[in-house]
Design a protein around this ligand. Sequence first.
Ligand SMILES: *[C@@H]1O[C@H](CO)[C@@H](O)[C@H](O)[C@H]1NC(C)=O
Ligand SMILES: *[C@@H]1O[C@H](CO)[C@@H](O)[C@H](O)[C@H]1NC(C)=O
Ligand SMILES: *[C@@H]1O[C@H](CO)[C@@H](O)[C@H](O)[C@H]1NC(C)=O
Ligand SMILES: *[C@@H]1O[C@H](CO)[C@@H](O)[C@H](O)[C@H]1NC(C)=O
Ligand SMILES: *[C@@H]1O[C@H](CO)[C@@H](O)[C@H](O)[C@H]1NC(C)=O
Length: 437
Amino acid sequence: MRRYLRIVVLCLACGFCSLLYAFSQLAVSLEEGADGGGGKPQAAVASWLAGGGRSTLRGAGPVAHPGGSDRCKDFSLCYWNPYWMLPSDVCGMNCFWEAAFRYNLKIQPVEKMHLAVVACGERLEETMTMLKSAIIFSIKPLQFHIFAEDQLHHSFKGRLDSWSFLQTFNYTLYPITFPSENAAEWKKLFKPCASQRLFLPLILKEVDSLLYVDTDIVFLRPVDDIWSFLKKFNSTQIAAMAPEHEEPRIGWYNRFARHPYYGKTGVNSGVMLMNMTRMRRKYFKNDMTTVRLQWGDILMPLLKKYKLNITWGDQDLLNIMFSHNPESLFVFPCQWNYRPDHCIYGSNCQEAEEEGIFILHGNRGVYHDDKQPAFRAVYEALRNCSFEDDNIRSLLKPLELELQKTVHTYCGKIYKIFIKQLAKSVRDRYARSPKEK
Ligand SMILES: *[C@@H]1O[C@H](CO)[C@@H](O)[C@H](O)[C@H]1NC(C)=O
Ligand SMILES: *[C@@H]1O[C@H](CO)[C@@H](O)[C@H](O)[C@H]1NC(C)=O
Ligand SMILES: *[C@@H]1O[C@H](CO)[C@@H](O)[C@H](O)[C@H]1NC(C)=O
Ligand SMILES: *[C@@H]1O[C@H](CO)[C@@H](O)[C@H](O)[C@H]1NC(C)=O
Ligand SMILES: *[C@@H]1O[C@H](CO)[C@@H](O)[C@H](O)[C@H]1NC(C)=O
């Protein structure tokens, strides 16, 4: 008798389960029917997330589509739907396993890396090459903040929109502008284009951290790597820059400056990483009053005081500011901001000799004249390349040949350091998987 009872209970349980299953299937089909096109934007966001979350995914290739045949494994779809509401061709089991990750993902949305640039005059092509080099190697999604003169907006928009299929970046165009408070007074004192970057913490109020770069730099490794310095800041550091010179005998600030500057040779502001939350909060020591001043209050008196003594504009103001607040600056090695000064009279950036150049900075127009052909060759190789994997893989060989033609210059003599990290970055990101060979 008890045996029968057990069988009956078992049957009832089974029946109940199948009923549940049938209902869930019905719910799914109803939902899909009602869904129409509405699912699309969500899928796009999901693939964006997936693009940032997976380090194996190629930033430059089209991002995996959630609708593909490997839907069963798709992380992003699971994330956006509770697993009992998944379309029938997604296995709930995988989502079940991924539930632990899902929890993580919810707490920490994918962090975007914010990159700002100021483009005036004939800087469109240079800026686009810089942005391209950032996109090609980076892993996490990028948010570009492009400050440009009005007549350049149309071209920027056209060019950037033609890359939108990549889905690994997003951008905002801004006019050259001053913070709304005291705009008139700012305008009287500051040249708009040259000083724009000093105001970034005040204009981009919602942005926590930002990498500012000049238009004439190219990334030879992922932006992620320089971005990770933010996490290495100690409690007093708010920004990071590289020294202006490695070799004091040819340094500019230590020989000519008529104002205070940071450290032995000053700092170069062409690549500047900022925790703007901290910059906005900090009260800066200064040589104008005994009171400490905030970023927004210090710029104007500083300029008034040093107007007649500064040569390089905003970079000089930053040097003055950090000379009084040295504990606030994180100094990164020279290969993160490699300029002709590092090799023009012989190599003096030891870190680059060992590990290669990470960020190339062709200041003084060397991408566009024949004074430093090694710099120009790297720039042109990146300017000429497209986003196709094969195209990126095959940029190295011709570039090396081109660099070998530059050995008559001091910078060309050490041409291997121009290509060392670049080759590694290409290998890491675009190596063929065994299947494709
Ligand atoms: C891209 O940036 C715009 C602002 O320029 C913003 O409204 C939009 O939400 C961003 N898109 C994504 C996917 O982050
Ligand atoms: C910037 O500093 C603020 C305040 O100290 C901190 O909360 C934030 O996490 C920092 N940002 C980054 C990217 O480290
Ligand atoms: C500007 O330079 C002159 C000449 O070197 C110097 O005497 C003066 O003290 C400097 N001004 C400031 C504000 O440092
Ligand atoms: C952070 O590092 C800077 C530069 O090395 C140093 O001057 C400063 O004292 C450090 N701050 C703390 C709180 O350790
Ligand atoms: C890039 O393209 C230009 C013309 O489109 C060509 O003259 C130049 O040699 C190319 N440079 C490299 C390094 O491929």
